[in-house]
Write a protein that binds this ligand. Structure first.
Ligand code: MN
Length: 228
């Protein structure tokens, strides 16, 4: 697995990003339909946590096979990998955060999910006309994005990328240098929240909120509101 991936700009259609999905691909598709998402031209970027909690986790393999869908690895994908690959996972906690669909599969059926999750980068950089946009699941481990590609060799750095809530908890608005914007999820927010140039996109579309689709070219939220 290469933990860092770069993607060229989309010169044909729109690039949109979404926060944590957590097994709600049906709701996500409805949201994409509502904004006229065109799978022939547009791309959708996910900040990870594709599975657990919602009813559609098994659909994740079909979604990851879509050529227009690009995701980074969230901490929930890491839980599945660690469970099958001998890492330490507290089973009670994993089940409590929605991992039952995975834990109840026979090991042989768990394997394709883990293999797909292992292919996901921890950090992704997408070019836009106005500069690069970064994505990772939780928080940037560095104030300079240029340090990320090599830094990801370190497990402690990957852990910050996938688990940290420091920036939101400390309301740190220091921008991440080298990026136009960094898009993250992991910690739910009532509405899309920007700290510095870091956009927190997990607006609980998987729970009582709704998905927020962010247009990467304009850095505007294009998804309909709950009462639209
Ligand atoms: Mn998470």
């Amino acid at each position: 697995m290469n933990a860092f991936r770069r993607l060229a700009a989309n010169t044909r259609g729109r690039d949109l990003a979404v926060g944590d999905i957590h097994g709600h691909f049906g709701r996500l598709q409805a949201c994409l339909d509502a904004v006229g998402f065109d799978p022939a031209l547009d791309r959708l970027f996910s900040v990870g946590d594709l599975v657990d909690r919602g009813p559609d986790s098994l659909q994740v393999l079909a979604w990851l096979a879509k050529p227009w869908f690009h995701a980074v690895q969230g901490n929930h994908e890491t839980l599945a990998i660690n469970h099958l690959c001998g890492g330490r996972v507290d089973l009670e906690t994993y089940r409590a955060v929605g991992g039952g669909w995975f834990l109840d599969l026979p090991a042989q059926a768990q394997r394709p999910f883990v293999e797909a999750f292992q292919q996901l980068p921890v950090a992704l950089q997408v070019e836009t006309a106005d500069g690069p946009v970064g994505l990772l699941h939780a928080d940037s481990p560095f104030s300079d994005w240029a340090q990320v590609p090599e830094g990801l060799d370190d497990a402690a750095v990957r852990e910050v990328c996938q688990w940290s809530r420091r920036r939101l908890q400390t309301a740190d608005s220091t921008p991440v240098q080298g990026l136009r914007a960094l898009l993250v999820g992991h910690t739910p927010v009532p509405a899309v929240k920007v700290l510095g140039n870091v956009w927190h996109l997990d607006t609980r579309g998987w729970s009582s909120g709704c998905f927020s689709l962010l247009d990467l070219a304009s850095l505007t939220v294009v998804s309909p509101t709950a009462d639209a």
